[in-house]
Design a binder for this molecule. Structure first.
Ligand SMILES: NC(=O)c1ccc[n+]([C@@H]2O[C@H](COP(=O)([O-])OP(=O)(O)OC[C@H]3O[C@@H](n4cnc5c(N)ncnc54)[C@H](OP(=O)(O)O)[C@@H]3O)[C@@H](O)[C@H]2O)c1
Length: 346
């Protein structure tokens, strides 16, 4: 049997903010019959993850291209890999059977041919919707968990600041911090997001950074006793302002610097005098380095979800053709929570 597989590619490298015209929906025929000894698996993609780091892969040059196998450059015209959940429709690999639900590195398309050795695991949904396994119970969740607990080493009562706080990673960091008993303030780019942070997610306070002309004094207002932990998703001016407001022995987890992804010239230049005299630890990290924590992360997060201590926040669009706008909108602040594209019904 043969199907038409529609998938997204980039037409050219993207060195600024992504636009619709940078992307193309292509299609090709795909045979669903596999040689039983091929080791390959064909997956019908159900949900795929939309993440800011994909833009760095689309640039003509980024030092990130050499840093990790997940960050390698994307060549225009090629299909694009991304984390996702799907269903096996053909298997030449004894570990998988037709009908298995799987999670792993799929494609921004309708089907994925997973080569032997490709990242693919059987998925037990544990009673949760499959989309959760792309976001809150997937890599975004692991990023928040590993970054907050391993890098920031939080203690009850500490004062935590989170940027891009209503995004996929940020909202979870704030919720984990609240469960631990920290004082948590988040920032986001609209009034509606600020209201959601306070009213729906239980942040102690939140502000719209777009309305604040002087971020250093804004943070002083929200943290009169200083910041113990800054979970940085944005870099740029916000990182500089946070460093100025850190307490002695403060910790900063640099998870991402999204405000710098679309602008080559933009760089945070935090005061190194502050870093030294306040003994601030600033550490970047990649979630992929913390797969050893996946079991702990999953059981903790599932417990919190079941007990209602944390809430899932998903933003789902439909259809492979919606992938470009889903990515573009991350850089315009138009997502609320984890951005996912549902490619097909379960
Ligand atoms: N280290 C890792 O392993 C790892 C893993 C996953 C993600 N990350 C990083 O973590 C960060 C958050 O990722 P995510 O997946 O959770 O995305 P996300 O926060 O769900 O979506 C991106 C958000 O960033 C904000 N934003 C966009 N442009 C901005 C700008 N110029 N200045 C300030 N804020 C801006 C927008 O919210 P506003 O309304 O607040 O503007 C937008 O909704 C990204 O930097 C990403 O690269 C790192």
């Amino acid at each position: 049997m043969e199907v038409i597989n529609r998938y997204i590619t980039i037409k050219n490298h993207i060195d600024g903010a992504p636009q619709d015209s940078d992307f193309e929906l292509r299609s090709s025929y795909l045979s669903l019959s596999l040689d039983p000894a091929s080791g390959e698996v064909i997956v019908k993609n159900l949900y795929v993850s939309i993440d800011p780091y994909q833009l760095n892969r689309m640039k003509s040059y980024s030092s990130s291209h050499q840093s990790s196998e997940f960050a390698v450059a994307i060549t225009p015209g090629e299909d694009i890999d991304a984390y996702g959940v799907g269903k096996v429709v053909a298997s030449g690999n004894p570990k998988f059977d037709k009908g298995d639900i799987v999670a792993g590195l799929l494609k921004w398309g309708e089907f994925t041919v997973v080569k032997p050795g490709g990242m693919l695991n059987k998925l037990d949904p544990m009673g949760f919707p499959l989309s959760y396994h792309v976001g809150i119970l997937g890599f975004s969740g692991l990023t928040a968990y590993a970054g907050f607990f391993e890098i920031c080493k939080p203690k009850k009562g500490e004062k935590v600041f989170v940027s891009a706080a209503l995004g996929s990673v940020g909202n979870l960091v704030g919720q984990f911090a609240k469960v631990l008993g920290c004082y948590v303030v988040g920032c986001a780019g609209s009034k509606e997001k600020v209201a959601l942070l306070k009213e729906k997610l239980g942040f102690d306070d939140a502000f719209n950074y777009r309305e604040e002309p002087d971020l250093e004094s804004t943070l002083r207002r929200y943290f009169p006793e200083g910041i113990d932990i800054y979970f940085d998703n944005v870099g740029g001016d916000m990182q500089e302002a946070a460093v100025s407001n850190m307490n002695i022995n403060g910790r900063i987890a640099v998870c991402g610097v999204i405000s710098e992804y679309t602008d080559r010239e933009k760089r945070a230049a935090p005061s190194m005098i502050d870093v030294i005299y306040k003994r601030i630890k600033i550490q970047g990290f990649l979630a992929g380095d913390y797969l050893n924590l996946f079991g702990d992360f999953l059981s903790t997060t599932c417990d919190h979800l079941r007990s209602g201590k944390i809430q899932p926040l998903e933003d789902i669009s439909d259809g492979v053709e919606s992938i470009p706008s889903a990515l573009i909108n991350l850089f315009r602040g138009q997502n609320i929570g984890k951005k996912i594209v549902r490619i097909a019904e379960e």
